[in-house]
Design a protein around this ligand. Sequence first.
Ligand code: SAH
Length: 254
Amino acid sequence: MSTYARAPILLALLASLFACAPPTLPTPTSTPSVSTPRVAATPAADNFALQRKAMVDDQIRARAVSDSDVLRAMETVPRHEFVLPEWLAQAYEDHPLPIGNGQTISQPYIVAVMTELAQIKRGDRVLEIGTGSGYQAAVLAMLTDQVYSIEIIPALAESAAARLKRLGYANVVVQNADGYNGWEKYAPFDAILVTAAPDHVPPPLVAQLKDGGRMVIPVGPVGSFQTLWRVNKRGDKVVSENIMGVLFVPLTRK
Ligand code: SAH
């Protein structure tokens, strides 16, 4: 992983500690009374576009994520639509945010890194485990037309599906289930992204990867040092690359 190996180690460590669930979350700022804009013509929408550009330049490109399609997706998906109203002012900041039910929307940098590592090409069939807010799924939906996402908490699965539909991401299918088992019906997948940490790589997910497929997955104990892996399937062989240390919410079981 030469690209990431070259990234400043301190920066990567700091950033990865805030991957998905930091020990202390930021304080909410006052709730703006505006309804979240979809159309680009309002001053508020322009402001979000500027914040999004700064997020990509300062947090993502600056930390050596270079795939132009990934950068464009991060610059396009309206992250502010995926956060709770009380966190709107922090939607583009360099950390995760609470989304309710004890879960978080991941830090933008981590979403970009995981997406780049998955090497998604148009036409790829992609599975995400841990829909959460639907933000990572929306970024994936900018890169291919077949995105399947599984969320274990019914309320989050429901709200993410409704949000993605409202925002026009018609190519994302959300299911409420335990993602440990993957999604046999649509397998095999070109790429699998797991956005909650199990303590081992789930064998059903490896089984549901295509030959040549990539899985990006954090593995480790709850609330402690975890490792982000890229698991590559080549024929009968599975090759795992250790990418960096991260901190994600745990993968829970039904
Ligand atoms: N990708 C999300 C953030 C992930 S937070 C986003 O972009 O907003 C991790 C999510 O994984 C949480 O919503 C949590 O409920 C979910 N999760 C945990 N264990 C799971 C499991 N076994 N199957 C599916 N989802 C799971």
